[in-house]
Each structure stands twice: as structure tokens, then as C-alpha cells.
Design a protein around this ligand. Structure first.
Ligand code: FAD
Length: 454
């Protein structure tokens, strides 16, 4: 029986899955599709525990959807995939294209090792595949707004129909998945395709209308919380965008814009793979950051949510509690690490990747670079977030802070973002600020001036 291999990666769903449709067609009438997932040590090793656990949960869901036919294997895909293709005499191997730095190299190696069996790439995890939106002279965009205009005009393919039935190939040996140590109280979202579409339906019906404003208030449940599902492809952004096509509101537009940021950062990484490690803005490579025991101690206070700045501490504790941080607060905590504590953004980005369930190289690194002023456009280095002012503006009643920093639960709203001013003093057990924001802002700007003058 002709067998087409469908190698799942960041596309753990059956709906709107063009590569699945291609695999079914390649298998032909009377043929079968063999679903495969490979635990690649190069990706599994550096993934933090929340992402590992969430991935396993998504795979358990996917396994159920393919009638238990999902084959799990571990090892270097350049060996595992061709071995399995030979084992089942596959006519072709189908994937959704991976446009990431490592994924491209890995797929090229797999393709070479497959020899005569074609590796067919169909679609990608993005609404518009990275590299497709360019300026009229063919060069890439470096700035978001013109990219967004071109992205909107580019058009996208319609969502692919969910196949009625797929003849899954069964009886092929699968391995046990790797073990994940206990997560110590981290609350992960429910995994898988059905959970993703339920999350989307609830958001669309109940929260999208006010999204334009509530997306900035971490104390309210104002955003979609779809990032982990998008990361693992439990839902495709094209499906979401198509579902918004008939909605001409500011909030729908704002949501489209956020999905566009996701595509933009993937596009930047596609064109500039070195930006996974280096500041995108070459001038900023001369920026100096602190290292050594003092910097380590400040980093530890930040990581544990014990800086004495309530909104920063709430964000870092949300990260440890839910493997997630609200977007506004990601910006605040990132700015604090880089500009108040003078620690290299790469250290913070690595820490995020260890702890975020939605940790994604393109969005995370470029999110950090945006805040650190080393990246694409927008936030220039001299724009330094004031954590107290940000707290007062975006968490005016202190709901978010109180949720994550129980020591401050009884502090009146007036002082919740600056408890050191409270008449009763800082509540027991909560630290005083580890640094003085005004002073560190001055230091940060001084260092920036030195870089500019070089
Ligand atoms: P919503 O507001 O509901 O947005 C919908 C979707 O749009 C998100 O799920 C996400 O896929 C996309 N999106 C929204 N904002 C952004 C953005 N600024 N950049 C790129 N995509 C965006 N996002 C990740 O998915 N993974 C990361 O590792 C990550 N790291 C970040 C690090 C920093 C320092 C910063 C400032 C931002 C980071 N973001 C990251 C972007 C953003 O914070 C999250 O996507 C968002 O908070 C997820 O929550 P949500 O799904 O409720 O978002």
C-alpha cells in the first residue's frame, strides 16, 4: 500500500493543514498516511520544562485524533526520518515548512539524506510565509509599519478544509516519549487543537470587542492567550484571520496587527538569522552590560520577582506560576532588566525561553531586542520604561500586582505601585527597591551616549 509520511513539527492539528492534504493526495486511493513526530535532542534539550510538557500534551491530543497511529521516534531527524521512510517504503515525506534558523538547516540535511524520496514542504506556521513580503525592489522590510501595510495587501490563501477521513497507516513501531520532570505547581493551559479552537471561540465571542483597550491591562483577562497554541500550530493564524474577515472594527484590526507582528519577527529572522544571537542594529553591538557577582545577584532578584518594584515582581512571578506573562508586562520586565539592572538582554531572553510555554525564538528575541533598543524600529534605546508609572497607568487598581504579589494584597491602591511610600511602610517580607530607577535610567542613557559617539 503506498504510504506518504506526514512529519508533524509546529503544526499539531488536522484542520487547515495543507501538508496533510498533500500527503493524503500523494498516498492516493488505497494508500495511507503515516503521522510521525520526532523528538530532536537539539530542540528538546534547550526547551524549558513548560514547553516540553505542553508539547507532550499536544502530542497526546494529536495521537487521539489520528486513531492512535502517531509514531513517536527520538534522535537526529536526518537519520530518523529517512530510516522510517525506508522502513515503510514511503512515496514522499510531507511537512509544513520550517523557516527558523535551525529548522532550515535540519530540513536541508533530511532532504539530502532522503535521496530519491521527496521532502515536500507545504505552507508554514505563518499567515504569510517569511520572505514573501518585500519592498518593491525585492529587499526586506526593516520597519514594522510598512511591512504591515504590504502584509495586508499581500493576501493569503483560504483555510484548507479539514479532511473528512484520512486512511492512517497503523501498526508501525512507536517509541515512548521522553519523560518530563514535575513542573512544581506551574499551571499550563489545556493542550491541543480542540482546546485552541475553544480558546479562540471564547475570545472571539466574549473579549475581542474590547481587545483594543483591554489588551493593555494585565489585571483583566483581555487578550486571547493563544500564543502557545500558535507556537505549536494547534491553530493556524490564517484560520483566525479568515474568521475575522467580516469584522471591520478597531479591535479586530488591532488583533490582526498582533498576528502581523508575529509574521514580521519571523520575516526578520528569516532574512537576518544572525539576529537570533546578535543585536540586529550593528551599532548596538558595542553596548556594555554588567557581569559578575553583583549583576548575578540583581539578575536573581529579577528572576525570582523580588526587585521591590511591584509590577516587575508580579510579571516575573506570573512567569513562574503560569509559564506566561502579559505582553505589556513582558515589555516592563524586559526594560527593567536591561535598563535598570544593566544586564544583557540575551540573558533575559534565555531565561524567558526556559520558562515561557509560548517561548518562540523569533517573537522572543525580537521582543527583547525591541525593548532593549537593539532591534528593528520603534522603541529607541533612550525610551526607558518607568516601572512605577507603567504600573499606575496599566494596572491602576493594582489588581494584577495583588494577584501575583500576595505581600501587597492589603496595600491601598494609591501605594500599591510604590509601597515604600505607604504610611505603614513596606509590608513585611516584601523587599525595598533593589535599585533607584531615576539613577539607573541616567546610567543607561550615559552608556547609550557612549555607544552613539563611537
Ligand atoms: P494576544 O494579544 O491575544 O495576541 C494574539 C497573538 O498575536 C499572540 O498569541 C501572538 O502570537 C501574536 N502577538 C501578539 N503580540 C505580539 C508581539 N509583540 N510579537 C509577536 N507576536 C505577537 N510571543 C510569543 O509568542 N513567544 C515569545 O517567546 C514571546 N516573547 C516575548 C518577549 C518579550 C520581551 C516581549 C515584549 C514580547 C514577547 N512575545 C512573545 C509577544 C507577546 O508578548 C505574546 O505573543 C503575547 O503576550 C501572547 O499573549 P496572547 O496570546 O494573549 O496575545
Amino acid at each position: 500500500m503506498p504510504t506518504a509520511l506526514l512529519w508533524f513539527r509546529r503544526d499539531l492539528r488536522l484542520a487547515d493543514h495543507p501538508a496533510l492534504l498533500d500527503a493524503r493526495e500523494a498516498a492516493g486511493p488505497g494508500g495511507a498516511v503515516l503521522p510521525l513526530f520526532v523528538f530532536d535532542p537539539r530542540l528538546w534539550g534547550p526547551s524549558g520544562l513548560p514547553r516540553r510538557q505542553f508539547l507532550l500534551d499536544c502530542l497526546a491530543d494529536l495521537g487521539g485524533q489520528v486513531d492512535g497511529a502517531l509514531v513517536l521516534r527520538s534522535g537526529d531527524p536526518a537519520r530518523v526520518v529517512p530510516d522510517l521512510a525506508r522502513e515503510v517504503d514511503a512515496v514522499s515525506v510531507h511537512v509544513s515548512a520550517d523557516t527558523g534558523v535551525y529548522g532550515r538547516q535540519r530540513d536541508a540535511a533530511v532532504e539530502r539524506a532522503l535521496g530519491d524520496v521527496p521532502l515536500v514542504r507545504t505552507g508554514s506556521p505563518y499567515a504569510v510565509t517569511p520572505g514573501r513580503v518585500t519592498k518593491s525592489d525585492g529587499t526586506p522590510f526593516r520597519v514594522f509599519s510598512p511591512f504591515a501595510r504590504a502584509w495586508r495587501e499581500h493576501g493569503r490563501r483560504a483555510p484548507a478544509p479539514r479532511p473528512g477521513s484520512v486512511p492512517w497507516s497503523t501498526g508501525v513501531r512507536s517509541e515512548d516519549p521522553p519523560e518530563v520532570p514535575g513542573l512544581d505547581g506551574v499551571r499550563l493551559p489545556p493542550a491541543g487543537e480542540a482546546a485552541a479552537s475553544a480558546a479562540w471561540r471564547t475570545f472571539r465571542a466574549e473579549r475581542l470587542e474590547g481587545y483594543r483597550t483591554t489588551r493593555n491591562t494585565p489585571g483583566t483577562d483581555g487578550t486571547s492567550r493563544l500564543s502557545a497554541y500558535l507556537k505549536y500550530g494547534c491553530v493556524h493564524p490564517r484560520t483566525l484571520l479568515a474568521d475575522l474577515d467580516d469584522l471591520d472594527t478597531d479591535s479586530a484590526d488591532s488583533f490582526r496587527n498582533e498576528l502581523c507582528w508575529r509574521d514580521f519577527y519571523a520575516d526578520v529572522l528569516w532574512h537576518r538569522p544572525e539576529s537570533a544571537r546578535e543585536p540586529l542594529d550593528e551599532r548596538m553591538r558595542a553596548m556594555t552590560y554588567d557581569t559578575g557577582p553583583d549583576a548575578d545577584a540583581r539578575f536573581a532578584a529579577w528572576a525570582q520577582g523580588r526587585t521591590g518594584y511591584p509590577i516587575v515582581d508580579a510579571g516575573m512571578r506570573q512567569l513562574l506560576g503560569e509559564a506566561y506573562v502579559h505582553n505589556r508586562v513582558r515589555m516592563i520586565v524586559a526594560s527593567f532588566l536591561v535598563k535598570d539592572l544593566h544586564v544583557d538582554w540575551r540573558r533575559g531572553a534565555r531565561y524567558f525561553m526556559q520558562h515561557l510555554v509560548d517561548g518562540d525564538l523569533a517573537s522572543n528575541n525580537h521582543g527583547w531586542q525591541w525593548v532593549a533598543g537593539t532591534g528593528t524600529d520603534a522603541s529607541p534605546y533612550h525610551r526607558v520604561f518607568n516601572p512605577t508609572r507603567q504600573g499606575k497607568e496599566f494596572d491602576p487598581d493594582g489588581d494584577y500586582v495583588r494577584r501575583w504579589v500576595p505581600e501587597l494584597r492589603d496595600v491601598p491602591a494609591r501605594y500599591v505601585h510604590e509601597p515604600w511610600l505607604a504610611p505603614d511602610g513596606v509590608p513585611g517580607g516584601y523587599p525595598l527597591p533593589v535599585v533607584d530607577h531615576a539613577e539607573e535610567r541616567r546610567v543607561a542613557l550615559e552608556r547609550y551616549e557612549q555607544v552613539r559617539e563611537r
